[in-house]
Design a protein around this ligand. Structure first.
Ligand code: SF4
Length: 584
Protein backbone atom coordinates (compact mmCIF):
# COMPACT_ATOMS: atom_id res chain seq x y z
CA UNK A 1 0.00 0.00 0.00
CA UNK A 2 1.42 3.42 -0.95
CA UNK A 3 1.72 6.16 1.62
CA UNK A 4 2.66 9.83 1.48
CA UNK A 5 5.73 11.07 3.33
CA UNK A 6 5.03 14.38 5.04
CA UNK A 7 8.43 15.18 6.46
CA UNK A 8 8.96 17.74 3.72
CA UNK A 9 6.91 19.57 1.12
CA UNK A 10 8.05 17.28 -1.68
CA UNK A 11 5.42 14.91 -0.24
CA UNK A 12 6.57 11.75 -1.99
CA UNK A 13 4.10 8.98 -2.52
CA UNK A 14 6.09 5.90 -1.52
CA UNK A 15 4.99 2.40 -2.56
CA UNK A 16 5.31 -0.34 0.05
CA UNK A 17 8.92 -1.45 0.52
CA UNK A 18 10.39 1.44 -1.49
CA UNK A 19 11.98 4.81 -0.64
CA UNK A 20 11.13 8.42 -1.37
CA UNK A 21 13.17 11.00 -3.32
CA UNK A 22 15.74 11.56 -0.59
CA UNK A 23 16.31 7.84 -0.12
CA UNK A 24 16.16 8.24 3.64
CA UNK A 25 12.60 7.11 4.38
CA UNK A 26 10.87 3.91 3.41
CA UNK A 27 7.32 2.66 3.46
CA UNK A 28 7.19 -0.38 5.74
CA UNK A 29 3.72 -1.91 5.81
CA UNK A 30 2.12 1.49 5.30
CA UNK A 31 4.34 3.30 7.86
CA UNK A 32 6.89 5.90 6.72
CA UNK A 33 10.01 5.18 8.74
CA UNK A 34 13.67 6.21 8.67
CA UNK A 35 15.98 3.82 6.86
CA UNK A 36 19.02 4.71 8.97
CA UNK A 37 17.83 5.95 12.38
CA UNK A 38 20.42 7.53 14.70
CA UNK A 39 23.10 7.01 12.07
CA UNK A 40 25.58 9.78 11.25
CA UNK A 41 28.30 10.29 8.68
CA UNK A 42 30.15 13.11 10.39
CA UNK A 43 30.58 14.14 14.00
CA UNK A 44 33.34 16.62 14.80
CA UNK A 45 33.85 19.96 16.52
CA UNK A 46 33.93 23.16 14.49
CA UNK A 47 34.03 26.89 14.99
CA UNK A 48 30.50 28.15 14.33
CA UNK A 49 31.63 30.39 11.45
CA UNK A 50 32.40 27.30 9.34
CA UNK A 51 28.76 26.11 9.41
CA UNK A 52 28.41 29.05 8.70
CA UNK A 53 26.65 31.28 11.23
CA UNK A 54 28.14 34.74 11.67
CA UNK A 55 25.91 36.45 14.27
CA UNK A 56 25.27 33.48 16.58
CA UNK A 57 27.64 32.76 19.48
CA UNK A 58 30.59 34.17 17.49
CA UNK A 59 33.76 32.08 17.61
CA UNK A 60 32.20 29.40 19.85
CA UNK A 61 32.76 25.70 19.27
CA UNK A 62 29.89 23.47 18.20
CA UNK A 63 29.68 19.80 17.35
CA UNK A 64 28.77 19.44 13.68
CA UNK A 65 26.83 16.34 12.67
CA UNK A 66 25.47 15.22 9.32
CA UNK A 67 23.78 12.21 7.85
CA UNK A 68 23.38 11.59 4.10
CA UNK A 69 20.69 12.33 1.55
CA UNK A 70 18.77 15.39 0.41
CA UNK A 71 15.27 16.19 -0.77
CA UNK A 72 16.58 18.65 -3.43
CA UNK A 73 18.62 18.10 -6.58
CA UNK A 74 20.47 21.37 -7.23
CA UNK A 75 23.01 21.88 -9.97
CA UNK A 76 26.56 22.41 -8.70
CA UNK A 77 25.74 21.17 -5.18
CA UNK A 78 28.88 21.07 -3.04
CA UNK A 79 27.68 17.88 -1.29
CA UNK A 80 26.29 16.18 -4.40
CA UNK A 81 27.98 12.81 -3.89
CA UNK A 82 27.03 12.66 -0.21
CA UNK A 83 23.43 13.46 -0.92
CA UNK A 84 22.67 11.55 -4.08
CA UNK A 85 24.21 8.12 -3.61
CA UNK A 86 22.57 7.26 -0.34
CA UNK A 87 22.65 3.46 -0.54
CA UNK A 88 26.34 3.46 -1.44
CA UNK A 89 27.25 5.79 1.41
CA UNK A 90 25.09 4.10 4.03
CA UNK A 91 27.81 1.58 5.10
CA UNK A 92 29.92 4.49 6.34
CA UNK A 93 27.21 5.74 8.71
CA UNK A 94 28.05 5.44 12.41
CA UNK A 95 25.31 4.44 14.80
CA UNK A 96 25.20 7.13 17.49
CA UNK A 97 22.49 7.48 20.07
CA UNK A 98 21.58 11.03 21.13
CA UNK A 99 23.32 10.41 24.45
CA UNK A 100 26.54 9.43 22.68
CA UNK A 101 26.51 12.63 20.59
CA UNK A 102 25.76 14.82 23.59
CA UNK A 103 28.59 13.12 25.44
CA UNK A 104 30.95 13.84 22.54
CA UNK A 105 29.83 17.48 22.48
CA UNK A 106 30.67 17.74 26.18
CA UNK A 107 34.05 16.06 25.77
CA UNK A 108 34.91 18.58 23.05
CA UNK A 109 33.71 21.52 25.18
CA UNK A 110 31.05 22.45 22.63
CA UNK A 111 28.37 25.04 23.27
CA UNK A 112 25.91 23.08 21.18
CA UNK A 113 25.27 20.84 18.20
CA UNK A 114 24.56 21.84 14.60
CA UNK A 115 23.18 19.58 11.89
CA UNK A 116 24.78 20.74 8.62
CA UNK A 117 26.16 19.68 5.21
CA UNK A 118 23.06 17.67 4.32
CA UNK A 119 19.37 18.34 4.88
CA UNK A 120 17.99 17.63 8.37
CA UNK A 121 14.43 17.06 7.05
CA UNK A 122 15.64 13.74 5.62
CA UNK A 123 16.60 12.53 9.12
CA UNK A 124 13.98 14.38 11.10
CA UNK A 125 13.04 11.76 13.75
CA UNK A 126 16.74 11.22 14.57
CA UNK A 127 17.44 14.95 14.65
CA UNK A 128 14.42 15.49 16.87
CA UNK A 129 15.61 12.86 19.35
CA UNK A 130 19.05 14.46 19.35
CA UNK A 131 17.63 17.98 19.78
CA UNK A 132 15.52 16.94 22.77
CA UNK A 133 18.44 15.23 24.49
CA UNK A 134 20.75 18.17 23.77
CA UNK A 135 18.22 20.64 25.15
CA UNK A 136 17.86 18.59 28.35
CA UNK A 137 21.66 18.60 28.65
CA UNK A 138 21.74 22.39 28.35
CA UNK A 139 23.30 22.44 24.89
CA UNK A 140 22.24 24.70 22.02
CA UNK A 141 20.82 23.17 18.83
CA UNK A 142 20.97 24.50 15.29
CA UNK A 143 20.86 23.39 11.70
CA UNK A 144 21.43 24.40 8.09
CA UNK A 145 18.44 23.60 5.93
CA UNK A 146 16.79 24.38 2.63
CA UNK A 147 13.71 25.20 4.71
CA UNK A 148 11.43 22.84 2.80
CA UNK A 149 10.02 21.18 5.93
CA UNK A 150 6.31 20.51 5.94
CA UNK A 151 4.45 22.71 8.38
CA UNK A 152 3.60 19.77 10.65
CA UNK A 153 7.10 18.31 10.76
CA UNK A 154 8.71 21.69 11.44
CA UNK A 155 6.34 22.36 14.32
CA UNK A 156 7.70 19.30 16.11
CA UNK A 157 11.23 20.68 15.84
CA UNK A 158 10.58 24.32 16.68
CA UNK A 159 10.57 23.98 20.51
CA UNK A 160 14.13 22.63 20.45
CA UNK A 161 15.82 24.96 17.98
CA UNK A 162 18.11 27.85 18.86
CA UNK A 163 19.41 28.79 15.42
CA UNK A 164 18.73 27.97 11.78
CA UNK A 165 20.54 28.88 8.55
CA UNK A 166 18.07 28.72 5.69
CA UNK A 167 19.44 28.29 2.16
CA UNK A 168 17.19 29.97 -0.39
CA UNK A 169 17.49 28.66 -3.94
CA UNK A 170 15.61 31.37 -5.80
CA UNK A 171 12.65 33.71 -5.81
CA UNK A 172 10.48 31.88 -8.33
CA UNK A 173 8.71 28.57 -8.76
CA UNK A 174 10.86 27.96 -11.83
CA UNK A 175 14.10 28.12 -9.81
CA UNK A 176 12.69 25.72 -7.22
CA UNK A 177 11.51 23.37 -9.94
CA UNK A 178 15.11 23.21 -11.17
CA UNK A 179 15.97 21.73 -7.75
CA UNK A 180 13.08 19.27 -7.97
CA UNK A 181 10.82 21.27 -5.64
CA UNK A 182 7.76 23.35 -6.42
CA UNK A 183 7.93 26.83 -4.95
CA UNK A 184 9.88 29.09 -2.57
CA UNK A 185 6.77 29.73 -0.45
CA UNK A 186 7.31 26.89 2.09
CA UNK A 187 10.80 28.29 2.66
CA UNK A 188 9.57 31.80 3.41
CA UNK A 189 6.93 30.25 5.66
CA UNK A 190 9.73 28.44 7.54
CA UNK A 191 11.64 31.72 7.98
CA UNK A 192 8.53 33.54 9.19
CA UNK A 193 7.85 30.73 11.70
CA UNK A 194 11.40 30.98 13.03
CA UNK A 195 11.11 34.74 13.51
CA UNK A 196 7.70 34.38 15.23
CA UNK A 197 9.31 31.91 17.63
CA UNK A 198 12.31 34.15 18.35
CA UNK A 199 14.76 31.65 16.90
CA UNK A 200 17.99 33.06 15.48
CA UNK A 201 17.91 33.02 11.66
CA UNK A 202 20.56 33.54 9.02
CA UNK A 203 19.90 33.20 5.32
CA UNK A 204 22.24 31.85 2.66
CA UNK A 205 21.85 32.64 -1.04
CA UNK A 206 24.01 31.75 -4.03
CA UNK A 207 25.25 34.34 -6.48
CA UNK A 208 25.82 32.81 -9.88
CA UNK A 209 26.19 34.55 -13.24
CA UNK A 210 22.83 35.87 -14.37
CA UNK A 211 20.74 35.32 -11.22
CA UNK A 212 21.24 38.85 -9.84
CA UNK A 213 17.63 40.01 -10.22
CA UNK A 214 16.26 36.94 -8.52
CA UNK A 215 18.87 37.25 -5.76
CA UNK A 216 17.88 40.85 -5.05
CA UNK A 217 14.20 39.87 -4.98
CA UNK A 218 14.96 37.21 -2.35
CA UNK A 219 16.98 39.68 -0.28
CA UNK A 220 14.22 42.29 -0.45
CA UNK A 221 11.74 39.73 0.90
CA UNK A 222 14.17 38.93 3.71
CA UNK A 223 14.65 42.62 4.49
CA UNK A 224 10.83 42.98 4.57
CA UNK A 225 10.82 40.38 7.35
CA UNK A 226 13.76 41.95 9.20
CA UNK A 227 16.68 44.07 8.04
CA UNK A 228 18.79 42.54 10.81
CA UNK A 229 18.76 39.01 9.38
CA UNK A 230 22.33 38.24 8.26
CA UNK A 231 22.44 37.36 4.56
CA UNK A 232 25.33 35.08 3.59
CA UNK A 233 26.01 35.33 -0.14
CA UNK A 234 27.80 32.27 -1.49
CA UNK A 235 29.69 33.09 -4.68
CA UNK A 236 29.01 30.11 -6.93
CA UNK A 237 32.02 27.84 -7.17
CA UNK A 238 32.41 25.57 -10.16
CA UNK A 239 33.09 22.41 -8.13
CA UNK A 240 34.74 19.58 -10.03
CA UNK A 241 33.92 20.02 -13.68
CA UNK A 242 30.80 22.17 -13.18
CA UNK A 243 30.19 24.90 -15.73
CA UNK A 244 32.76 27.63 -15.13
CA UNK A 245 30.60 30.23 -16.86
CA UNK A 246 28.22 30.17 -13.87
CA UNK A 247 30.99 31.46 -11.58
CA UNK A 248 30.85 35.25 -11.15
CA UNK A 249 33.98 37.27 -10.53
CA UNK A 250 34.68 38.47 -6.98
CA UNK A 251 34.12 42.12 -7.93
CA UNK A 252 30.71 41.27 -9.41
CA UNK A 253 29.68 39.49 -6.21
CA UNK A 254 30.93 42.40 -4.11
CA UNK A 255 28.74 44.75 -6.14
CA UNK A 256 25.73 42.53 -5.45
CA UNK A 257 26.56 42.66 -1.74
CA UNK A 258 26.65 46.46 -1.94
CA UNK A 259 23.13 46.44 -3.37
CA UNK A 260 21.88 44.03 -0.69
CA UNK A 261 23.50 46.13 2.04
CA UNK A 262 21.35 49.13 1.10
CA UNK A 263 18.58 47.41 3.06
CA UNK A 264 20.31 44.60 4.97
CA UNK A 265 23.56 45.90 6.50
CA UNK A 266 24.70 42.41 7.53
CA UNK A 267 25.22 40.91 4.07
CA UNK A 268 28.45 38.94 3.62
CA UNK A 269 30.36 37.41 0.74
CA UNK A 270 31.75 33.85 0.96
CA UNK A 271 34.00 31.80 -1.36
CA UNK A 272 35.95 34.95 -2.21
CA UNK A 273 39.41 34.81 -0.61
CA UNK A 274 40.87 38.24 0.07
CA UNK A 275 37.53 40.03 -0.13
CA UNK A 276 36.75 42.40 2.75
CA UNK A 277 33.05 41.64 2.35
CA UNK A 278 33.20 39.05 5.14
CA UNK A 279 33.72 41.90 7.60
CA UNK A 280 30.90 43.35 9.69
CA UNK A 281 30.79 47.09 9.26
CA UNK A 282 29.02 49.45 11.59
CA UNK A 283 25.80 50.59 9.89
CA UNK A 284 26.20 54.00 11.55
CA UNK A 285 29.81 54.99 10.87
CA UNK A 286 31.13 52.29 8.50
CA UNK A 287 34.01 51.15 10.75
CA UNK A 288 34.94 47.47 10.81
CA UNK A 289 33.53 45.89 13.97
CA UNK A 290 34.35 42.25 13.12
CA UNK A 291 37.17 41.38 10.74
CA UNK A 292 36.94 37.92 9.14
CA UNK A 293 38.76 36.02 6.45
CA UNK A 294 38.04 33.16 4.07
CA UNK A 295 38.27 29.77 5.77
CA UNK A 296 37.52 27.16 3.13
CA UNK A 297 34.40 26.70 0.98
CA UNK A 298 31.36 28.31 2.67
CA UNK A 299 33.51 29.10 5.70
CA UNK A 300 34.71 32.21 7.53
CA UNK A 301 37.01 32.89 10.46
CA UNK A 302 37.01 35.82 12.86
CA UNK A 303 40.43 37.46 12.95
CA UNK A 304 39.56 40.40 15.14
CA UNK A 305 36.41 41.74 16.79
CA UNK A 306 35.55 44.74 18.94
CA UNK A 307 34.58 43.74 22.49
CA UNK A 308 30.90 42.75 22.59
CA UNK A 309 30.63 43.91 18.97
CA UNK A 310 30.38 47.52 20.08
CA UNK A 311 31.74 49.89 17.45
CA UNK A 312 34.15 52.66 18.41
CA UNK A 313 31.24 55.05 17.69
CA UNK A 314 29.16 53.28 20.36
CA UNK A 315 26.83 51.38 18.01
CA UNK A 316 25.96 47.83 19.18
CA UNK A 317 25.99 45.40 16.29
CA UNK A 318 23.35 42.75 17.07
CA UNK A 319 24.30 39.13 17.65
CA UNK A 320 22.75 36.25 19.58
CA UNK A 321 24.40 34.72 22.64
CA UNK A 322 27.90 35.38 23.86
CA UNK A 323 31.15 35.86 21.96
CA UNK A 324 34.40 34.06 22.50
CA UNK A 325 37.90 35.51 22.36
CA UNK A 326 39.35 32.43 20.68
CA UNK A 327 38.26 30.03 17.92
CA UNK A 328 38.49 26.27 17.71
CA UNK A 329 41.32 25.09 15.43
CA UNK A 330 39.97 22.46 13.03
CA UNK A 331 42.38 19.71 12.01
CA UNK A 332 43.44 18.98 8.42
CA UNK A 333 40.47 18.78 6.08
CA UNK A 334 37.89 18.90 8.87
CA UNK A 335 35.45 21.70 9.53
CA UNK A 336 32.47 22.98 7.60
CA UNK A 337 32.37 21.80 4.02
CA UNK A 338 36.09 21.05 3.86
CA UNK A 339 35.65 17.24 3.83
CA UNK A 340 33.88 17.66 0.50
CA UNK A 341 37.25 18.82 -0.85
CA UNK A 342 38.73 15.47 0.21
CA UNK A 343 35.92 13.85 -1.69
CA UNK A 344 36.81 15.92 -4.74
CA UNK A 345 40.43 14.74 -4.52
CA UNK A 346 39.35 11.11 -4.42
CA UNK A 347 37.01 11.64 -7.35
CA UNK A 348 39.68 13.45 -9.37
CA UNK A 349 42.20 10.62 -8.95
CA UNK A 350 39.75 7.76 -9.50
CA UNK A 351 38.49 9.44 -12.68
CA UNK A 352 42.05 9.30 -14.04
CA UNK A 353 42.11 5.60 -13.12
CA UNK A 354 39.09 5.07 -15.36
CA UNK A 355 36.45 5.00 -12.61
CA UNK A 356 33.66 7.32 -13.61
CA UNK A 357 30.54 6.01 -11.89
CA UNK A 358 29.41 7.71 -8.71
CA UNK A 359 28.71 4.37 -7.03
CA UNK A 360 32.33 3.21 -7.09
CA UNK A 361 33.49 6.66 -6.02
CA UNK A 362 31.10 6.44 -3.07
CA UNK A 363 32.45 2.98 -2.18
CA UNK A 364 35.98 4.40 -2.19
CA UNK A 365 34.88 7.27 0.03
CA UNK A 366 33.36 4.78 2.47
CA UNK A 367 36.68 2.93 2.54
CA UNK A 368 38.48 6.20 3.31
CA UNK A 369 36.14 7.09 6.13
CA UNK A 370 36.22 3.62 7.66
CA UNK A 371 40.02 3.59 7.62
CA UNK A 372 40.24 7.16 8.83
CA UNK A 373 42.36 8.05 5.79
CA UNK A 374 41.13 11.64 5.37
CA UNK A 375 44.01 12.96 7.49
CA UNK A 376 46.46 10.96 5.41
CA UNK A 377 45.01 12.43 2.20
CA UNK A 378 45.45 15.89 3.60
CA UNK A 379 49.11 15.23 4.39
CA UNK A 380 49.86 13.42 1.15
CA UNK A 381 48.42 15.95 -1.26
CA UNK A 382 50.77 18.61 0.04
CA UNK A 383 53.88 17.23 -1.68
CA UNK A 384 54.63 15.94 -5.15
CA UNK A 385 56.28 12.72 -3.96
CA UNK A 386 53.53 11.83 -1.48
CA UNK A 387 50.82 12.61 -4.02
CA UNK A 388 51.91 9.38 -5.70
CA UNK A 389 50.97 7.52 -2.50
CA UNK A 390 47.39 8.78 -2.83
CA UNK A 391 47.29 7.43 -6.40
CA UNK A 392 48.76 4.08 -5.35
CA UNK A 393 46.35 3.70 -2.44
CA UNK A 394 43.32 4.48 -4.58
CA UNK A 395 44.53 2.21 -7.37
CA UNK A 396 45.00 -0.65 -4.92
CA UNK A 397 41.57 -0.43 -3.29
CA UNK A 398 39.82 -0.17 -6.66
CA UNK A 399 41.81 -2.96 -8.31
CA UNK A 400 43.30 -0.51 -10.81
CA UNK A 401 46.97 -1.16 -10.03
CA UNK A 402 48.11 -0.96 -13.64
CA UNK A 403 46.18 2.27 -14.27
CA UNK A 404 47.70 3.72 -11.10
CA UNK A 405 51.20 2.74 -12.19
CA UNK A 406 50.57 4.28 -15.63
CA UNK A 407 49.36 7.55 -14.12
CA UNK A 408 52.36 7.78 -11.81
CA UNK A 409 54.77 6.94 -14.64
CA UNK A 410 53.18 9.62 -16.83
CA UNK A 411 53.40 12.30 -14.14
CA UNK A 412 56.97 11.33 -13.24
CA UNK A 413 58.04 11.50 -16.87
CA UNK A 414 56.51 14.97 -17.37
CA UNK A 415 57.89 16.22 -14.04
CA UNK A 416 61.36 15.06 -15.04
CA UNK A 417 61.02 16.72 -18.44
CA UNK A 418 59.92 20.05 -16.93
CA UNK A 419 62.63 19.94 -14.30
CA UNK A 420 65.19 19.50 -17.09
CA UNK A 421 63.81 22.56 -18.92
CA UNK A 422 64.01 24.87 -15.90
CA UNK A 423 67.25 23.58 -14.48
CA UNK A 424 69.82 26.36 -14.08
CA UNK A 425 67.42 29.17 -15.04
CA UNK A 426 67.08 32.30 -12.92
CA UNK A 427 64.28 31.83 -10.38
CA UNK A 428 61.66 34.59 -10.44
CA UNK A 429 59.99 35.40 -7.11
CA UNK A 430 56.40 34.17 -7.01
CA UNK A 431 53.47 34.98 -4.75
CA UNK A 432 50.79 32.28 -4.83
CA UNK A 433 47.38 33.61 -3.84
CA UNK A 434 43.77 32.50 -3.91
CA UNK A 435 40.87 34.62 -5.17
CA UNK A 436 42.78 37.89 -4.94
CA UNK A 437 46.45 38.70 -4.19
CA UNK A 438 45.32 39.70 -0.68
CA UNK A 439 44.81 36.07 0.34
CA UNK A 440 48.16 34.30 0.31
CA UNK A 441 48.50 30.54 0.65
CA UNK A 442 50.31 28.81 3.51
CA UNK A 443 53.92 27.86 2.81
CA UNK A 444 53.14 24.13 3.17
CA UNK A 445 50.64 24.17 0.30
CA UNK A 446 51.18 22.07 -2.80
CA UNK A 447 51.04 25.14 -5.01
CA UNK A 448 54.30 26.41 -3.51
CA UNK A 449 55.96 23.04 -4.17
CA UNK A 450 54.88 23.41 -7.77
CA UNK A 451 56.50 26.84 -7.95
CA UNK A 452 59.79 25.30 -6.80
CA UNK A 453 59.48 22.43 -9.29
CA UNK A 454 58.75 24.93 -12.08
CA UNK A 455 61.92 26.88 -11.31
CA UNK A 456 60.49 29.71 -9.22
CA UNK A 457 61.17 31.14 -5.77
CA UNK A 458 58.00 31.08 -3.63
CA UNK A 459 57.50 34.13 -1.41
CA UNK A 460 54.82 32.46 0.70
CA UNK A 461 57.28 31.97 3.52
CA UNK A 462 57.41 33.17 7.11
CA UNK A 463 53.79 34.32 7.00
CA UNK A 464 52.77 36.02 10.25
CA UNK A 465 50.29 33.20 10.97
CA UNK A 466 48.65 30.14 9.40
CA UNK A 467 45.12 30.01 7.98
CA UNK A 468 43.07 27.54 6.01
CA UNK A 469 44.31 27.49 3.32
CA UNK A 470 46.12 30.78 3.84
CA UNK A 471 45.72 34.21 5.36
CA UNK A 472 44.54 37.65 4.41
CA UNK A 473 47.30 40.25 4.26
CA UNK A 474 47.51 44.00 3.83
CA UNK A 475 48.50 45.55 0.48
CA UNK A 476 51.65 46.94 2.17
CA UNK A 477 52.74 43.36 2.94
CA UNK A 478 52.56 42.42 -0.74
CA UNK A 479 54.30 45.63 -1.77
CA UNK A 480 57.10 44.79 0.61
CA UNK A 481 57.46 41.29 -0.93
CA UNK A 482 57.41 42.83 -4.43
CA UNK A 483 56.83 39.54 -6.34
CA UNK A 484 57.93 39.29 -9.95
CA UNK A 485 55.00 36.96 -10.66
CA UNK A 486 51.62 36.53 -8.96
CA UNK A 487 49.70 33.31 -9.52
CA UNK A 488 46.03 33.08 -8.55
CA UNK A 489 44.91 29.56 -7.68
CA UNK A 490 42.54 27.75 -10.04
CA UNK A 491 40.14 27.18 -7.15
CA UNK A 492 37.77 30.05 -6.28
CA UNK A 493 39.50 32.21 -8.83
CA UNK A 494 38.37 35.39 -10.48
CA UNK A 495 39.13 36.80 -13.96
CA UNK A 496 42.61 38.23 -14.25
CA UNK A 497 41.20 41.66 -15.22
CA UNK A 498 39.50 41.71 -11.80
CA UNK A 499 42.82 40.96 -10.15
CA UNK A 500 44.46 43.95 -11.85
CA UNK A 501 41.49 46.15 -10.90
CA UNK A 502 41.76 45.03 -7.26
CA UNK A 503 45.52 45.73 -7.28
CA UNK A 504 44.91 49.22 -8.59
CA UNK A 505 42.13 49.94 -6.10
CA UNK A 506 44.13 48.62 -3.14
CA UNK A 507 47.42 50.23 -4.12
CA UNK A 508 49.26 46.97 -4.81
CA UNK A 509 52.21 48.24 -6.80
CA UNK A 510 54.65 45.41 -7.44
CA UNK A 511 56.74 44.14 -10.34
CA UNK A 512 54.15 41.47 -11.22
CA UNK A 513 51.44 44.09 -11.69
CA UNK A 514 53.62 46.63 -13.49
CA UNK A 515 54.95 43.97 -15.88
CA UNK A 516 51.51 42.31 -16.38
CA UNK A 517 52.75 39.06 -14.90
CA UNK A 518 49.65 38.13 -12.92
CA UNK A 519 48.16 34.80 -14.02
CA UNK A 520 45.13 32.74 -13.07
CA UNK A 521 45.52 28.96 -13.09
CA UNK A 522 42.93 26.82 -14.86
CA UNK A 523 40.54 25.03 -12.49
CA UNK A 524 41.98 21.94 -10.79
CA UNK A 525 45.43 22.47 -12.30
CA UNK A 526 47.20 23.22 -9.05
CA UNK A 527 45.72 21.25 -6.18
CA UNK A 528 44.27 17.84 -5.38
CA UNK A 529 43.91 16.66 -8.96
CA UNK A 530 46.44 14.81 -11.15
CA UNK A 531 45.93 17.64 -13.61
CA UNK A 532 48.47 19.50 -11.49
CA UNK A 533 51.00 18.11 -13.95
CA UNK A 534 49.44 20.44 -16.53
CA UNK A 535 49.61 23.25 -13.99
CA UNK A 536 53.31 22.52 -13.54
CA UNK A 537 53.96 22.77 -17.28
CA UNK A 538 51.90 25.96 -17.43
CA UNK A 539 53.87 27.43 -14.53
CA UNK A 540 57.19 26.60 -16.18
CA UNK A 541 56.03 28.54 -19.24
CA UNK A 542 54.76 31.49 -17.21
CA UNK A 543 57.85 31.76 -15.01
CA UNK A 544 60.32 31.43 -17.89
CA UNK A 545 58.67 33.00 -20.95
CA UNK A 546 61.95 33.41 -22.82
CA UNK A 547 63.32 29.93 -22.23
CA UNK A 548 60.43 27.48 -21.83
CA UNK A 549 57.96 26.95 -24.65
CA UNK A 550 55.74 24.00 -23.82
CA UNK A 551 52.73 23.90 -26.14
CA UNK A 552 49.97 23.79 -23.53
CA UNK A 553 47.22 22.87 -25.97
CA UNK A 554 49.24 19.85 -27.01
CA UNK A 555 50.27 19.04 -23.43
CA UNK A 556 46.70 19.23 -22.16
CA UNK A 557 45.36 17.25 -25.10
CA UNK A 558 47.83 14.42 -24.50
CA UNK A 559 46.74 14.21 -20.84
CA UNK A 560 43.03 14.40 -21.63
CA UNK A 561 43.23 11.80 -24.39
CA UNK A 562 45.18 9.40 -22.20
CA UNK A 563 43.25 9.70 -18.94
CA UNK A 564 39.79 11.02 -19.88
CA UNK A 565 39.64 9.63 -23.42
CA UNK A 566 38.43 12.93 -24.82
CA UNK A 567 40.19 15.73 -26.69
CA UNK A 568 41.13 18.72 -24.55
CA UNK A 569 39.20 20.91 -26.98
CA UNK A 570 35.97 19.32 -25.67
CA UNK A 571 36.75 20.19 -22.07
CA UNK A 572 38.69 23.44 -22.28
CA UNK A 573 37.40 26.04 -19.80
CA UNK A 574 35.70 29.04 -21.35
CA UNK A 575 38.34 31.37 -20.00
CA UNK A 576 41.86 31.63 -21.31
CA UNK A 577 44.31 30.85 -18.51
CA UNK A 578 47.66 30.15 -20.04
CA UNK A 579 49.98 31.76 -22.50
CA UNK A 580 48.84 30.81 -26.01
CA UNK A 581 51.47 28.84 -27.91
CA UNK A 582 51.59 31.60 -30.54
CA UNK A 583 53.24 33.83 -27.94
CA UNK A 584 55.85 31.22 -27.17
S1 SF4 B 1 11.58 13.76 3.29
FE1 SF4 B 1 12.31 12.53 1.55
S2 SF4 B 1 10.79 10.92 1.27
FE2 SF4 B 1 9.87 12.49 2.59
S3 SF4 B 1 8.76 13.83 1.20
FE3 SF4 B 1 10.77 14.73 1.47
S4 SF4 B 1 12.01 13.89 -0.21
FE4 SF4 B 1 10.19 12.62 -0.07
Amino acid sequence: MSNTCTFCEIRCTIPDGLSGRCGMYTNLDGQIIERYPDSYLIEYPISIETTPFLHFYPRHTFLQVSTIGCNFRCEGCVSELLTQTVSEFSPSLMHKTPDMIVQKAREESCHGIVFAINEPAVSLPSFLRLAKTAREAGLLIGCSTNGYFSRSSFETLIPYLDTVAVGIKGSSDKEYQMCGAQSPEPVFRTIATLIENNIHVEVTVVHEQGNEESLLRICNRIADISEHIPILVMRFIAFGDAELSMEPGILDSEQICDQIRRRSPYAYLFNSPGSSYLDTRCPRCGSVVVHREFYGPMGARVIHQQDNWVCTCGYHVPYTGTWSRTSYQEKGMMGGYRPTRALEVIKAVTTCLGITDAHTSARVWVDFISHNYIDAIHRNILNIETFYEVITHLATITGKDQEGADLIAYIRERTGYISGLVSGLKKPTVLYAMGTPLFVLNEERFENKMVIAAGGEPLNRDLPRQGKPGIMVEPAYINQMDPEVIIISGFLSTPVEDVYAICEEKGIDVQAVRNRRVYVMPPSWDFGNPRWILGLANLANLLHPDEVHIDMEEEADRFYQKFYHIPYADARPNRSFFRPSSEA
